[in-house]
Design a binder for this molecule. Structure first.
Ligand SMILES: Cc1cc2nc3c(=O)[nH]c(=O)nc-3n(C[C@H](O)[C@H](O)[C@H](O)COP(=O)(O)OP(=O)(O)OC[C@H]3O[C@@H](n4cnc5c(N)ncnc54)[C@H](O)[C@@H]3O)c2cc1C
Length: 461
């Protein structure tokens, strides 16, 4: 239990100025980017792995939950203290410790904002490709813990593909290092990748060794509008099959386009039902050729408008419009359930038409957009909780969506994770035996269930 004596001890460990006890202060750390909220008993901003290890050791001894938190931009409720306890905010651990241009490696603390690392790598002539839409404010620690993706995954992969090693405070208070600083390494079980995407349930990540790649010499941005969804989906397949290796290949349906029209640098034709937004990275001559070929393919597949960003400013405006989608969706309804399902590439048209069918049947607007190049589509179920019919229909839409995704051999989450929101549905994707094995792994790491309890597993366990 979190007694006055324990709170006093934590204040001594980290300094009283790094502990929030007043209710109005603690409410600021009760939320993430879902509509869940739960008031934590204490909010602590530790300054080192040693302090974290001490707090976690006390949690084990006195039996209170510890919830690691980065920037709180998660979309699954992972950083919400559903069982109370201490929220451990990692934003003071925000140093980029090293960028080594010889080794192509960065060593960072977990509270580094992802966009800051991207800029620091670029200043050294290197590139850290993962780019969640929240990169300007989310943390690397949150990206690693959530298994974050982003638009550039088509060419470069996701956060998981860049993590070489970790320092982790285990739920028992022990500190371990996993992985290597080398590009290869197969000694022992791959604990690094077990901790990746573990959503703060297996330990607190306190240092991260990341792989960097050379900075692409040239980048181009293209957009194409289509009068129907299926020609756009067929164009995606054709671009990928032609080996044109887009860095990003994003998709927006008509309802999404309607939300973001004002943010677009050029007007889209009125009959546009789907838009593809694409980036190409590489050597200058090759990039131009691939971009021209992609424009040609889009026209061949029936694009009614094709735009080639003339300069970096135009390109930035197009990507800014893409980033504006998430807040713009609230023009449609005041509430939303944002899912991030992924399906095999060939199944995207069936996913989108299936979602249209669910939307029609349940009478709810549902917006589809996202990473068509890797089959990860954001399905935003919009509703108004003040209307009983919509309030009841929204969770039904989630269940029907997940059933559709399962039938298409897809996954419930491509990048946001399970957290609290998807925990009840995990059994739709994982077998009982697989869930049981994961529960036993959790118990091995965390025998007293103090590390971010109530997440990941059906029934909250
Ligand atoms: C507008 C918007 C756009 C987004 N776009 C994308 C996108 O394109 N791709 C994508 O993948 N996600 C996206 N997200 C979701 C979110 O930004 C990511 O999941 C991100 O990785 C969360 O980082 P965070 O620092 O906010 O973590 P938090 O929300 O604070 O935490 C997320 C999870 O990680 C755990 N955690 C955090 N830090 C640590 C640590 N040091 N050690 C152990 N566990 C830890 C928490 O307990 C929690 O379970 C978006 C969110 C928003 C609001």
């Amino acid at each position: 239990m979190l007694t006055d004596q324990v709170v006093a001890a934590i204040k001594t460990m980290v300094g009283p100025e790094h502990v929030l006890t007043r209710e109005e202060d603690r409410w600021c750390y009760a939320y993430d980017a879902t509509d869940l909220a739960r008031l934590p008993d204490l909010v602590v901003f530790p300054g080192s792995a040693e302090e974290i290890a001490q707090i976690v050791a006390w949690a084990n001894l006195y039996g209170f939950p510890v919830v690691p938190r980065g920037a709180g931009t998660g979309r699954a409720g992972g950083a919400v203290a559903v069982a109370g306890g201490v929220v451990l905010v990692l934003t003071r651990l925000n140093r980029i410790l090293e960028i080594d241009v010889q080794d192509f490696v960065a060593v960072v603390e977990p509270g580094v904002v992802t966009g800051h690392l991207k800029k620091a790598a670029e200043a050294a002539g290197l590139f850290y490709p993962p780019d969640p839409g929240s990169a300007d404010y989310c943390t690397i620690g949150g990206n690693v813990a959530a298994g974050a993706g982003g638009a550039m995954a088509v060419q470069y992969g996701v956060t998981r593909d860049y993590v070489l090693g970790l320092q982790v405070v285990l739920p028992t208070g022990q500190v371990i290092d996993t992985g290597t600083r080398t590009m290869k390494g197969v000694v022992g079980y791959d604990l690094t990748h077990l901790l990746l995407g573990s959503e703060g349930t297996l330990g607190v990540i306190t240092r991260i060794v990341l792989r960097l790649v050379p900075l692409p010499a040239a980048k181009e941005t293209l957009a194409a509008g289509f009068a129907g969804l299926s020609p756009a989906a067929r164009a995606v397949g054709a671009i990928l099959r032609a080996g044109l290796s887009p860095a990003a290949l994003e998709f927006m349906d008509r309802a999404t386009l309607d939300c973001m029209r004002e943010a677009l640098p050029v007007a889209a034709p009125a009959d546009t039902a789907a838009v593809l937004l694409m980036a190409v990275h590489g050597h200058p001559a090759d990039v131009r050729q691939r971009a021209l070929k992609m424009m040609e393919l889009c026209r061949d597949y029936g694009a009614n408008a094709v735009l080639h960003a003339a300069d970096p400013g135009d390109a930035a405006r197009l990507w800014q419009a893409r980033r504006s989608i998430s807040p713009a969706t609230f023009k449609v309804r005041p509430d939303k359930i944002g899912e991030d399902v992924a399906v095999p590439l060939g199944a995207i048209p069936r996913l989108v038409s299936g979602v249209e069918e669910i939307s029609r049947r349940l009478g709810l607007p549902i917006l589809c957009f996202g990473h068509a190049g890797d089959g990860n589509i954001h399905v935003n179920i919009m509703y108004d909780r003040r209307l009983p019919a919509e309030r009841e229909a929204a969770p039904r839409a989630v269940e029907e969506l997940f059933r559709l995704v399962r039938d298409l051999a897809g996954t419930l989450s491509g990048e946001h994770g399970v957290g609290v929101l998807k925990a009840p549905y995990v059994g739709m994707e994982l077998s009982e035996a697989a869930i049981d094995l994961q529960r036993r792994l959790k118990r091995t790491f965390d025998p007293n269930n103090i590390m971010n309890p109530g997440k990941m597993f059906p029934g909250g366990g």
